[in-house]
Design a protein around this ligand. Structure first.
Ligand SMILES: *Cc1c(COP(=O)(O)O)cnc(C)c1O
Length: 546
């Protein structure tokens, strides 16, 4: 201890000497100027280093950007990008079976019959037979009665807008009831609260905003960081980009594919505004150890968000449907918020999700308020100003139509079917399953062949599964449609047949579109992969006029 103290004194004395020496023959104005410049430079340097993107990431981006200034390189890249772009556009047209585009308003309005006819044609385009359960996730239930109910409900409520509670108080009431019902399902107490949103992404965007502003206000955090598993949904990256939050991703355990708790604790800093866990995550369908994350959150006084967007409306019914689930909701004191999508396993039409908080203090930071606008004092709870009252009513109606028992039965069927498919797939020893599927997502990989070939092969048989990367893998998200008689076995039969075909020639490379997907993982310049993705999005808005 004494040695340490002496060293500090010695060095600080030494430092003092150096500084005094340096300024010895300087005039006061010089001392002021040098000091100010040094301080300002340090601040600038600090701000340059501490940014949302790490200095390494920015450096790499700059290098790739510069490489594109080399003419030969630039021409090659541009040629490649333009080829891919043409390919994307052709694919888009093929999906639309070359139906002509409308590129301006019809001079006279169409009759309702014509409109309906055209909409029906548009909606029926596409080769995948989702109604027979050929698609992973996407549409979670097929129920004619529900669809009819939805169109009636939407017809009644389509012109309503909760932005005007004085004009449409009942729509606001329905939203409040949806939130209260959800809070109850996730064991929130009287203090628990939330809002409806337009989807999981908005729920996540809002919870990140709430915690960012809470951290700034209460803890003075100016350089917010969010700590999440690599498997957390890309909506968190989107939120971080929107909100200028730095993302610290945490690896998953090699066998369970759940977040490594030790690494998560290490990733926490004085700038951490929130911790994230998923129940389950999208890629592997595995469930993070929420109990452990919640405990860390309590210990370090950091809010913990549980992303139950995908599995929320399964997992909260699973215990009573006879399936064991570790605690994950507000029953854990450290869990401060939960997102759950009604438009997934809540079976409501697309466009609704719920963000819930343990305490009202967090929700206040979600709100946006402008007090000095000439248009009036403006307070809005979510991203949008005007909101679709029709969607709120439709979501409310779906919850009422199902009731607790309806969801319980649906959950039982979905989980039983998932477990059956999982059990059958585990019998195939050329494959492995990632961790233990917690709800309805089963992810597959293989050490013997390129798993994307299986995806391609199944695709040719009409099945639409999802590709994963780092490492190459695929997954199926089992929906209520897969629980209908014969669907699961049809899937398994096609799967086994395709697998047998591949195993006759296990070393063959993957062809087709999936080859590009496979290759893209080895492109070190992720900005090119990003450019390609933007071109793909562009192709969806292409409206060629011949
Ligand atoms: C679907 C999903 C989201 C985002 O939901 P959207 O409704 O598509 O915006 C978030 N997290 C998980 C785990 C999801 O599966």
């Amino acid at each position: 201890m004494n040695i340490m103290l002496n060293m500090v004194l010695y060095y600080s004395g030494g430092l003092k000497g150096v500084v005094n020496n340096f300024f010895q023959d300087k005039e006061p104005w010089q001392i002021v100027t040098i000091t100010t410049t040094t301080v300002l430079t340090s601040v600038w340097l600090w701000n340059f280093i501490v940014q949302q993107e790490s200095i390494f990431e920015r450096g790499m981006k700059q290098i790739y950007k510069l490489a594109r200034y080399i003419p030969s390189m630039r021409d090659k890249i541009n040629q490649g990008l333009s080829n891919v772009s043409e390919g994307f556009k052709k694919d888009a047209l093929k999906r639309l079976q070359n139906t002509p585009f409308i590129i301006e308003l019809p001079k006279e309005g169409l009759s309702p019959d014509e409109v309906i006819q055209k909409v029906t044609v548009a909606v029926d385009l596409g080769d995948y037979d989702w109604k027979s359960g050929r698609v992973s996730g996407t549409v979670y239930k097929k129920d004619v009665n529900l669809v009819n109910l939805m169109s009636n409900v939407y017809a009644v409520a389509s012109y309503t807008n909760p932005l005007h509670p004085d004009v449409f108080p009942g729509v606001c009431k329905m939203e409040a009831e949806v939130v209260r019902v959800a809070c109850k399902l996730f064991h929130g107490d009287k203090e628990s609260c939330g809002t409806m949103t337009t989807g999981g992404t908005e729920s996540i965007l809002l919870v990140c905003k709430a915690y960012r502003d809470y951290a700034r206000d209460v803890k003075g955090i100016k350089y917010p960081e969010l700590v999440m598993p690599v498997t957390a949904h890309s909506a968190f990256d989107k939120a971080a980009q929107f909100l200028n939050i730095k993302v610290r991703t945490v690896r998953v355990n090699p066998n369970s594919y759940t977040v490594c708790i030790k690494s998560l604790r290490k990733a926490i800093s004085s700038n951490t505004i929130m911790l994230v866990g998923s129940t389950p995550n999208y890629p592997y369908g595995t469930m993070d150890n929420i109990e452990a994350i919640a405990e860390i959150g309590l210990k370090y006084n950091i809010p913990v968000h549980v992303d139950a967007c995908l599995g929320g409306f399964l997992i909260c019914f699973m215990p009573n449907a006879g399936f064991k689930v570790p605690p994950f909701d507000f029953s854990l004191p450290g869990v401060t918020s939960i997102s759950a999508d009604t438009h997934k396993y809540g079976y409501a039409p697309k466009g609704s999700s719920i963000i819930m908080y343990r305490e009202k203090k967090y929700r206040h930071y979600q709100y946006t308020v402008t007090t000095d606008w000439p248009g009036g004092i403006y307070g809005s709870p979510t991203v949008n100003g005007s909101r679709a009252g029709g969607i709120i009513a439709a979501c409310w109606a779906t919850l009422m139509y199902f009731g607790y028992d309806g969801y319980l039965q649906a959950t039982k069927k979905v989980i039983e079917t998932s477990r059956y498919i999982e059990q059958e797939l585990r019998k195939l020893d050329s494959l492995y399953i990632f961790g233990t599927p917690a709800t309805s997502v089963i992810a597959l990989g293989s050490k013997q062949f390129s798993i994307y070939r299986l995806l391609e092969g199944l695709n040719k048989k009409g099945w639409n599964l999802n590709p994963l990367q780092f490492p190459c893998a695929i997954h199926i998200c089992v929906t209520h449609i897969h629980t209908e008689p014969g669907v699961a076995n049809q899937f398994l039969n096609d799967f086994r047949a395709e697998l047998d075909k591949i195993l006759k020639n296990p070393n063959e490379e993957c062809g087709g579109m999936m080859a590009i997907y496979g290759t893209s993982q080895s492109i070190p310049d992720r900005t090119i992969v990003g450019d390609l993705t933007k071109l793909f999005l562009d192709s969806l808005y292409d409206t060629p006029d011949k």
